[in-house]
Design a protein around this ligand. Structure first.
Ligand SMILES: Nc1ncnc2c1ncn2[C@@H]1O[C@H](COP(=O)(O)OP(=O)(O)OP(=O)(O)O)[C@@H](O)[C@H]1O
Ligand SMILES: [Mg+2]
Length: 210
């Protein structure tokens, strides 16, 4: 599913990432763990094709596709179809309500809108009845769940989640992690969670230390 070789990334002359080889197979669930500043977000952004690694010889294959060989628009389409990204902050569009935030995903991916599917996904994240709520009317945990619903909407084969437990209590953390695990298992997607939260570690057996 994901194959990386000789990936290194520098900011100025400081080496942030140095991974000789790493392979993630179908349906595997990983956590990327490391202290603040260890490069977790940087790695997720590289995998999502939002950032190019500074080492030009790096090899990054996602679904057997060399993502560095894709042009800008090809990469946008590839990302929209294959990768579900959950940022640390929900990043919902404040002027759109919950269902409109979800419908936007179809528009950006250039595929036909499916409102029924949006409602099904909202039900799976326990948000039935919140369709018309605006982001400012949601709690942090609810906004998180909308962001998760949005990332899962097109049934991506790779889910990248950056600190999904940030700012959540133990109960909500467990709920969010279970939700991500259940949903990814359902689609046989692989799940990569970046965190410095030791509470998250107990839920996973595949761990990449950064
Ligand atoms: N655009 C940038 N320019 C220069 N340095 C950067 C840039 N982005 C990140 N860095 C540096 O790269 C390092 C890794 O940052 P990154 O955000 O990947 O860490 P992280 O592991 O996600 O940390 P956190 O747990 O705090 O989210 C940090 O030292 C940061 O200062
Ligand atoms: Mg980070």
């Amino acid at each position: 599913m994901i194959e990386i070789k000789n990936l290194s990334h520098f900011y100025e002359d400081k080496k942030i990432i140095d991974i000789k080889e790493w392979k993630v197979n179908t349906a595997e669930q990983w956590i990327l763990i490391g202290n603040s500043g260890s490069g977790k977000t940087t790695l997720l952004h590289i995998l999502a094709g939002l950032l190019k690694p500074s080492d030009k010889n790096a090899q990054i294959y996602i679904q057997k596709q060399d993502i560095q060989a894709l042009s800008g628009t090809q990469l946008d389409t590839f990302r929209a179809k294959n990768i579900g990204l959950i940022f640390q902050k929900a990043h919902l569009i404040p002027t759109l309500n919950v269902i409109q935030n979800l419908l936007l995903v179809y528009f950006l991916a250039g595929v036909k809108q499916n409102k029924t599917h949006c409602q099904e996904i909202l039900a799976q994240v326990n948000l039935t009845g919140f369709e018309k709520y605006y982001p400012e009317q949601l709690s942090v945990g609810q906004a998180h769940r909308v962001a998760i619903a949005r990332a899962l909407l097109l049934e991506p084969t790779i889910i990248l989640a950056d600190e999904p437990s940030a700012g959540l209590d133990d109960e909500n953390t467990t709920q969010i992690l279970n939700l991500l695990k259940e949903q990814t298992q359902k689609y046989k997607a692989c799940l990569l969670i970046a965190t410095h939260d030791a509470r998250v570690k107990q839920h996973f057996d595949k761990i990449l230390h950064l």
